[in-house]
Design a protein around this ligand. Structure first.
Ligand code: ISE
Length: 335
């Protein structure tokens, strides 16, 4: 029997997920969609004509014909929707961030631990991206020796009108936090945030930020994060080891030369750059949910990202390096 899924949120990524669940991934049926904007119903029906549409995410989650939930609504709504899903013991895929508030992230962790098993997979899709997986494989092969430094860039061409400095940290930087943990296998000990370049005046803090991250084992990561790089969407990562360097380059994989110049296309946004990774992460979620288990990035990864993001926000406010207290990982997350 197909997994009957309800999708909360029919915005940009929500519609993408509805399309891939309906048309690409096997063993799953989109039976319900919710969005606070009733105007989204018509768009949703162009993808799944017979779907049940509601304006209430909570009503969707509690429906008897919804076996599992995909949360693709704005980040500040995630915590309540996840807690409702857990309260009804429904498997849930939640887009990042787990929560935009550390207290909410901790509450989700406590609820899942109280249930005694994982029910949530979190949308850290870079862990399913072929380039990041290849980078992790090179690190693990020992070809570049012990690693000591990551130099990363995360450039957004623009952000929505409602975006804030705080969301740059709590909703965007969380990807880079997870990448540092994913590639190094280490936990983050401190973070120091500084503004870079001349602000455009749109944000109180900055359009371009530099995060200096240190891990418990003494590795360092320098992360450049921008929210107004009009040329396109691009992420890069250089990993420096004692005997070599491994690089994840930006832009499209294929380069071309013409008219005396070399060219390399750059994706327009994160949905284009990470499309195959979203396909892979949701396919994995459907397959594991059909087996009755949650796999991949967890509430623990989401809690740690929120914990480090809180330290980064404190650093943004104080201008100083902020240390991250050590938190013991609950047993259910020890795979
Ligand atoms: C967005 O929500 C994403 O998840 C993208 O992957 C990230 O690059 C972007 O900064 C976020 O705003």
């Amino acid at each position: 029997m197909a997994l009957r899924v309800g999708v909360v949120g029919a915005g940009a990524i929500g519609l993408d997920h509805i399309r891939r669940l309906h048309s690409l991934i096997k063993g799953v049926e989109v039976v319900a969609v919710s969005d606070a904007d009733p105007g989204k119903e018509a768009i949703v029906r162009t993808i799944v004509p017979s779907v049940h549409f509601t304006m209430s995410g909570g009503d969707l989650i509690t429906r008897d014909d919804v076996d599992a939930v995909v949360i693709a609504a704005p980040g500040h709504t995630h915590a309540d929707l996840v807690l409702t899903s857990l309260a009804h013991h429904k498997f849930v895929f939640c887009e990042k961030p787990l929560a935009t508030d550390l207290t909410d992230a901790r509450e989700i962790l406590n609820r899942e631990v109280a249930i005694g098993k994982r029910l949530l997979q979190l949308g850290f899709m870079r862990q399913f991206d072929e380039r990041y997986l290849a980078l992790k494989a090179i690190i693990g092969s020992g070809k570049i020796g012990d690693i000591g430094l990551l130099t990363m860039s995360h450039r957004n061409p623009s952000v929505p009108d409602w975006w804030t400095d705080e969301l740059t940290v709590r909703d965007s930087f969380v990807h880079d936090i997870d990448v540092v943990r994913f590639l190094t296998g280490d936990e983050i000990a401190s973070v120091h945030v500084r503004p870079a370049g001349r602000p455009s005046g749109r944000f109180d803090y900055a359009d371009h930020l530099v995060f200096t991250v240190r891990t418990n084992d003494g590795l360092m990561a320098n992360v450049e994060l921008s929210v107004a790089m009009e040329y396109g969407y691009e992420v890069t990562c250089d990993v420096v080891g004692v005997s070599g360097v491994a690089s994840l380059e930006g832009g499209s994989v294929v380069r071309w030369s013409s008219s005396g110049a070399r060219h390399n296309g750059v994706e327009s946004d994160w949905r284009e750059r990470f499309g195959p990774a979203y396909d892979a992460e949701l396919t994995s979620w459907v397959n594991s949910t059909l087996r009755g288990v949650a796999t991949g990035p967890s509430s623990w990864d989401g809690f740690v990202a929120a914990h480090v993001a809180e330290a980064a926000y404190q650093s943004m406010v104080s201008g100083r390096e902020t240390f991250v207290e050590t938190v013991r990982r609950p047993e259910i997350y020890n795979v």
